[in-house]
Design a protein around this ligand. Sequence first.
Ligand code: SAH
Length: 266
Amino acid sequence: MKVRPKKSLGQNFLTDKNIIKKITQSSQIKNLNVVEIGSGTGNLTEEIIKNKPKSLLLIEKDFQLCEILKKKIKNKNNIKILNNDILKINFEKILKKDTVIFGNLPYNISTQILLKLIKISVWPPEYFKLILMFQKEVAERILAKYNTANYGRLSIVSNWRLKIIDHFDVSKNCFHPKPKVNSSVVIFEPKVNNSYIIKDIINLEKVTQIFFSNRRKMINKSFKKLFGDNQNINKIIKVDLTNRPSNLKPEDFYRMTEYYESGLNT
Ligand code: SAH
């Protein structure tokens, strides 16, 4: 069956054998549970299967591609295909213990997928590793350190619960059809002992949203908006109000969110 790649589903299939190997070698697979997000025509899937996972769950939205996958994997009872939208999946229900998640992600929803994996309610989650492909520009925002131009909400929110272990670039020539931009694979592990107790990630998103909507301005106005006029609060929280948001470390935002949440209860 011939497939015409659907642009709307971000279908750029990985065809470079070396990169496929490099991705699967980023984690132990043997005897572990594996989930693959957006399996497509199964290029990465086949290499995962060669490495003998205990179980493999493929989540693919495109019905036609699911039919192709079915034929490729035949009737192996440790492999399941879920023809569903990843954004509608309840990870809390489907993830088994000791799972590694792979995904050459559809780029239009890559950050939404990452956020969904961060927002899992029980922490640490059942997955122990994420190996995800993003467009390079998004990977750079995830990896960005403070005091740099790409630093912002995405790196702050990602680094709250995830540790970035490694990353490598992938040329657009490794795909068919060839996308317009280059890509990067980022490898994450969940942080197990988080020293910041943020009750609801929505509040971290809110705090960072308020600060970064005025990216080039001093933080004093945003600070006032969140904490009111009390002059002493910035001394308690220990931030210098003449900074720009990108000068603050991720930990500063976590601390401010903790403080913001404590105010919500009183
Ligand atoms: N892993 C394959 C395909 C990557 S392209 C490879 O490397 O060759 C991204 C894949 O994600 C496509 O197969 C696309 O159909 C699928 N996809 C797009 N949106 C999705 C969604 N919301 N849920 C699940 N899969 C989706």
